[in-house]
Design a protein around this ligand. Structure first.
Ligand SMILES: *Cc1c(COP(=O)(O)O)cnc(C)c1O
Length: 392
């Protein structure tokens, strides 16, 4: 007979999911109530308000999609695009490629602006793309590229789109809760995120926010949105401002308790303090890795504090190292993706997992396993270097 599943206690320092706090797991285990229960409707309103805070927006259409980050991505594309539209898509990693896929499945055309993996989106190339395609009505880009650990200039890209009369679609799945996301200040039009990265909530929900301009475009659609489930007009009927809520789908009630709790934690710590914590722990980790003799894959000015790409030293068995970390240290770090597969490790310091204990634990484990593989590293120096950086 198959029996209950009891997962081990891992330390999740990969590209997501990140460690979920006991407080959020506790919220998840509270009694399920009806998804149209007046108390649940109140909770929905609070979640919308907390998400406005997280995104730093006054956008009325701000809510969690009942599906993972990929669904938030798809929701933005299917609601804003119609067949025949032209979209400038920036690709400097894995997720820009998924945007292209979304654009094409909407019957629209993707004008690709490609940059080397490990570098940010080039503003100059986007300017050229708009010059060559003045009829492009949308610019889509990833703020924090999780596949490479690179941050692109969201403020400049959104401003550029506005200046050309285009709307912007911004992927903030890995940025929200880790680095500054300023939907209103940027003038972003459709922004989506995920719960399992820096919000350190359970995977499976995708917060989104749409500007008034984006809502206008949605309301003036001629073609029906190709996805019934992700049609914002229908979702608005369920999540909308009026007290009368129409059934569209059953919200993941307990997951939303968890999201509410994780957003409360974000509010309690404060956005600035949260971002500072991510920055400090990142600096501690990098100091330790560099003291060990490892090199970071991304230039300092473009590094994401929540996702650290490290070059794998010559002669090290990538897969064997990650397996040993998992089996002997119950520690998960990420492998390189796409063009960087086998070349980098991706060490996450996301949300609840961004803490000093994890920095020290990861450096210790990495040093032990690399030393065990006879890699040419400096031993005994990573921790003092990390501790000194963490004190700064
Ligand atoms: C993780 C991630 C996604 C997809 O989120 P899922 O929850 O895995 O569907 C999209 N974009 C970026 C940048 C991500 O890091």
């Amino acid at each position: 007979m198959i029996s209950s599943f009891f997962p081990p206690q891992r330390t999740l320092m990969g590209p997501g999911p990140s460690d979920v706090s006991p407080r959020v797991l506790g919220a998840l285990a509270r009694p399920t109530i009806g998804h149209l229960d007046p108390l649940f409707v109140q909770l929905m309103d609070e979640i919308k308000e907390l998400l406005q805070f997280a995104f730093q927006t006054k956008n009325e259409l701000t809510l969690p999609i009942s599906a993972p980050g990929s669904a938030g991505m798809e929701a933005c594309f299917v609601n804003l695009l119609s067949p025949g539209d032209k979209v400038i898509v920036c690709q400097n990693g894995v997720f820009g490629g998924r945007m292209k896929e979304n654009v094409e499945r909407c019957g629209a055309t993707a004008i690709m602006v490609e940059d080397t993996w490990g570098e940010p989106v080039s503003i100059g190339k986007v300017v050229t793309a708009f010059d060559q395609h003045p009829d492009a009505s949308i610019l889509a880009f990833v703020h924090a590229e999780t596949s490479t650990g690179v941050c692109s200039d969201a403020a400049a890209l959104c401003a550029l789109a506005r200046g050309r009369g285009a709307l912007s679609i911004v992927d903030t799945v890995t940025s929200l809760g880790g680095i500054e996301v300023l939907a209103d200040d940027w003038g972003a039009d459709a922004v989506y995120s995920g719960t399992q990265k820096c919000l350190s909530c359970v995977p499976g929900i995708s917060p989104v926010t749409f500007s008034a301009r984006a809502v206008d475009r949605i309301n003036n659609r001629v073609h029906k949105v190709q996805s019934w489930f992700l049609d914002m007009q229908l979702i608005m009927g369920y999540w909308g401002g009026s007290s009368k809520r129409a059934y569209h789908h059953t919200a993941p009630v307990n997951d939303l308790y968890a999201l509410h709790e994780s957003l409360i934690m974000l509010q309690e710590e404060g956005l600035e303090a949260t971002h500072q914590r991510h920055r400090r722990n990142h600096e501690g980790l990098v100091a330790g890795l560099e003291a060990m003799g490892l090199a970071m894959a991304v230039a300092p000015e473009f590094r994401l504090p929540q996702l650290n790409s490290v070059l794998i030293p010559e002669g090290v068995d990538d897969a064997a190292l990650r397996t040993t970390l998992l089996q002997e240290f119950s520690l998960e770090i990420g492998a390189g993706l796409g063009a960087l597969a086998g070349k980098t490790w991706r060490i996450g310091l996301m949300g609840f997992a961004s803490n000093e204990r994890n920095v020290v634990y990861c450096l210790n484990a990495l040093e032990a396993v690399l030393d065990g593989q006879n890699a040419a590293i400096n031993t005994g120096v990573a921790l003092p270097a990390a501790r000194a950086a963490l004190k700064r």
